[in-house]
Design a protein around this ligand. Structure first.
Ligand code: ADP
Length: 385
């Protein structure tokens, strides 16, 4: 059990104070948990909702070690953190979620793919390359054929670090750093399953959610929940998510992103061991939000119900093109005036093109209703400066 036995509130340390950290701190405050967030930006979103903001870098060994003095347990809201520091703290008995060994695997897309292969989880065929020269040689020898997708092993996020190479004309888009190259999947839909597991080994999956990714920005634009797919695929997707969290022996939340191809096969794309933007809607449309579920998991409480209150569509609120500076929101009132629309703003002072500034959850009586309202709203809310 990780429940605190000494007097006073639990002190939950959150590494990084982006929007996910902010929403986690909000959920924790519902239970009187004290939240101590470490981030190197004094204006980070979580600074507005946490009990204490400690200035420090998630990539600094020393910052993480001294941060731990102030907390009972640590949760990471991002995987790009200094794992060596977390390994040291783990040995000293600090409860850390996710376990640093899991972070080591997930920080490297090559290791992630090796893990899927070892566990027989369907994922597109892949090869690893140290640099673009060795990749070009493999192409010349016919070992790699078009189209393919190149991904940086380390440091990618939101589609940065992913290059789709359709033909020889795209070769100037190759990354030079260590990468994996995988077969391009003929995608019908992209989906996500967020699964939670506590120390008592209780496991629950949030309903399968469709993700629409913008070809232009590579960012997720829309979520649709529940996913409109045959029951057989939904069950398979949940089975894959459960197998993964169990094989990792993980306590916490695991977001599992998959592709459904045009022949209705499932392919695992990637995983994130934390709250995820594919779970934004859970705050409004599911009985338990992903943040509350994470708290239940790491404190070893019974997991909450994952039943849907109402079908929903989530739209990301991104900084509009052509505007950089102090953020202003146009069309907010109009959106709020539509029945079933919930607005979440992350409180970022400055906008820039495609910066994630907030999200809208649109609840409907049925999915068609939610989708119709989402179509009405799309483009109405603009973040300008
Ligand atoms: P990130 O970790 O930066 O989010 P992803 O691995 O999720 O990167 O890739 C970003 C997007 O690129 C995916 O959402 C998908 O649209 C596309 N993509 C990634 N891998 C493949 C693939 N093997 N086949 C086809 N499209 C892919």
């Amino acid at each position: 059990m990780n429940k605190k036995t000494s007097n006073g509130p639990i002190k939950l340390g959150i590494i990084a104070g982006g929007q996910l950290g902010k929403m986690l701190a909000l959920a924790a405050s519902n239970w009187g948990i004290e939240t101590i967030v470490m981030d190197d930006d004094k204006d980070c979103p979580a600074a507005q909702s946490c009990s204490v903001h400690i200035f420090g870098s998630r990539l600094s060994y020393e910052d993480i070690i001294s941060f731990a003095d102030n907390v009972d347990l640590i949760v990471c809201e991002i995987e790009h953190v200094n794992v060596e520091a977390l390994q040291f703290l783990k040995k000293s008995g600090v409860p850390i979620f996710p376990d640093p060994d899991i972070l080591t695997c997930i920080q490297d897309k090559g290791l992630q793919k090796d893990f899927y292969k070892k566990e027989n989880i369907p994922t597109s065929a892949y090869h690893k390359f140290e640099n673009s020269d060795s990749l070009k040689q493999a192409i010349d020898k016919g070992l790699i054929t078009y189209p393919f997708v190149q991904k940086l092993c380390k440091g990618g996020y939101d589609g940065n670090g992913v290059s789709v190479i359709n033909s020889v004309k795209d070769l100037d888009k190759l990354f030079t750093e260590p990468s994996i190259v995988e077969d391009k999947v003929d995608i019908l839909k992209e989906i996500s399953v967020i699964v939670a597991r506590n120390k008592n080994e209780e496991v629950k999956c949030f309903p399968v959610t469709e993700m629409e990714i913008s070809e232009h920005s590579n960012l997720m634009e829309k979520l649709i929940c529940p996913a409109n797919l045959p029951e057989k695929i939904l069950i398979q997707a949940e089975e894959i998510a459960i197998k993964l969290i169990e094989k990792f022996n993980m306590v916490g939340l695991l977001a599992v992103e998959m592709f459904v191809d045009k022949d209705q096969n499932l392919w695992l794309n990637e995983i994130a061991p934390r709250p995820h933007n594919s779970g934004h809607h859970t705050m409004d449309s599911v009985i338990t939000s992903q943040y509350e579920q994470l708290l239940r998991a790491v404190l070893n409480y019974p997991l909450g119900s994952v039943s849907i209150n109402k079908p929903s569509v989530m739209l990301n609120i991104l900084g509009s093109e052509g505007f950089t500076g102090i953020a202003r929101y146009e069309g907010l009132e109009e959106c709020m005036g539509i029945d079933g629309v919930k607005v979440h703003l992350y409180g970022k002072k400055e906008t820039r093109p495609n910066r994630k500034m907030g999200h809208l959850t649109i609840l409907g009586n049925d999915l068609a209703d939610a989708l119709k309202k989402a179509d009405q709203i799309k483009g109405k809310l603009r973040v300008v400066s």
